[in-house]
Design a binder for this molecule. Structure first.
Ligand SMILES: NC(=O)c1ccc[n+]([C@@H]2O[C@H](COP(=O)([O-])OP(=O)(O)OC[C@H]3O[C@@H](n4cnc5c(N)ncnc54)[C@H](O)[C@@H]3O)[C@@H](O)[C@H]2O)c1
Length: 355
């Protein structure tokens, strides 16, 4: 199946916006490694990523800049078969600290990109990376699998999640009005090799360094440091390995119906406390787990995705179990520790000021 999928990208020209980031760089690496005849253009302003994330290959052209900059947009011509739009202002906490930066690097990215490409004739598909957190029910009671047609609440937890859902509104609008062939891929919580703690520029909060729960717990577990467990770790998430997400993105491009939306997740619910224990076990760590209060802004406590539609229509199911994925991520983290430490420590001055 995997080989068949890559064959469909032979001879194609692809644009990945936000392609130096965690998910984007994994996607670019898989495409350039598995497709012989492919040309990939990455546009990225390196706001939350490092240039070293990207593979070195003649198949790749890197254009540094913001997708909101008209000089960058002017360079995007009607020559692409597929476009993946993965740019965002990472992540929820940074967006609460600086909603304007979130707007400038998240909401408006989608509008300006779509305005630029709306008349393109060569395009087969545009894949927009949306987020399950924007549609999940706000509950700490028992979660039910979030389906693609679950209603969207006005009550959103952060400017980030507002931006992600606005991107979906634009996706639907540009499909209906301009026949832009946009498919929305609604990600669950992605983890895996390539998520570099501290990647990119300072974004105002500790979340610049401690990006997401999985890499944070892994880093602390490897160093036998205290692992912070907010709200006793009762929150649940659907953790999906980055290679699975990339496969889901490619399937959205190849098989997704324009105008439609697909959940890309594992369909499995794991509590943050279970995640912490699993990471401790795999890293053979002596870390102490420290219970902290709930984060005030995070109200979608328990959630996981329904995967029925993506399985039926795209033939997608996550292949990598949480156990295998964590083992691979821990191994990658150990191998890349000096680079991760460099990324973390470049923010030392800012971190000190936060106290
Ligand atoms: N990682 C997850 O768990 C997750 C979950 C749901 C949705 N998503 C979505 O998937 C996409 C990729 O996420 P990620 O985890 O790789 O994040 P990331 O921060 O690693 O990648 C985002 C990339 O976008 C770039 N970028 C930011 N502003 C830009 C701009 N104005 N112009 C061009 N590039 C810009 C950043 O420098 C970075 O390389 C995002 O859209 C995110 O919202 C991710």
């Amino acid at each position: 199946m995997a080989d068949e999928m890559y064959r469909d990208f032979e001879g194609k020209r692809i644009l990945v916006v936000g392609g130096a980031g965690f998910v984007g760089s994994n996607l670019v690496r898989l495409l350039t490694a598995n497709v012989e005849d492919i040309s990939v253009v990455v546009v990225d302003n390196l706001l939350s990523s490092e240039i070293t994330n990207l593979p070195v290959t003649e198949k790749l052209e890197f254009r540094e800049g913001s997708i909101t900059d008209f000089r960058v947009l002017d360079g995007i011509k009607d020559e692409f078969d597929y476009i993946f739009h993965l740019a965002c202002f990472h992540g929820n906490q940074s967006s609460i600290f600086d909603p304007i930066m979130d707007h400038d690097n998240n909401t408006i990215t989608t509008l300006k990109l779509f305005e630029t490409i709306k008349d393109f004739k060569k395009l087969k598909k545009v894949v927009y990376s949306s987020a399950g957190c924007s549609v999940a029910k706000k509950t700490f009671g028992d979660a039910v699998a979030t389906t693609e047609d679950s209603g969207i609440e006005l009550n959103q937890d952060s400017p980030y999640s507002i931006s992600k859902i606005i991107g979906e509104f634009y996706s639907v609008y540009y499909y209906k009005q301009w026949k832009l062939p946009v498919v929305r891929a609604r990600f669950q919580n992605v983890y895996g090799p390539g998520e570099m703690l501290g990647a990119g520029r300072w974004r105002g909060t500790y979340a610049t360094v401690w990006r997401n729960v999985t890499p944070t717990f892994i880093y602390k577990a490897i160093h036998n440091e205290e692992i912070p467990l907010e709200n006793e770790g009762i929150a649940t998430r659907d953790f999906v390995f980055v290679e699975d997400i990339c496969r889901g993105l490619m399937l959205c491009a190849l098989k997704g119906e324009s105008g439609d939306v697909y959940n890309i997740g594992s369909g499995k619910e794991t509590s943050i406390a279970q995640l912490a224990e699993a990471i401790k076990r795999h890293a053979q760590s002596q870390s102490v787990i420290k219970v902290l209060p709930k984060r005030a802004w995070d109200n979608s406590g328990k959630r996981f995705a329904s995967t029925e539609k993506s399985k039926d229509r795209l033939g997608f199911s996550a292949r990598i179990s949480l156990e295998e994925g964590l083992a691979r991520t821990i191994a990658w983290t150990k191998e890349n520790m000096s680079q991760i430490d460099q990324c973390i420590h470049k923010h030392d001055g800012h971190m000190k000021r936060l106290g």
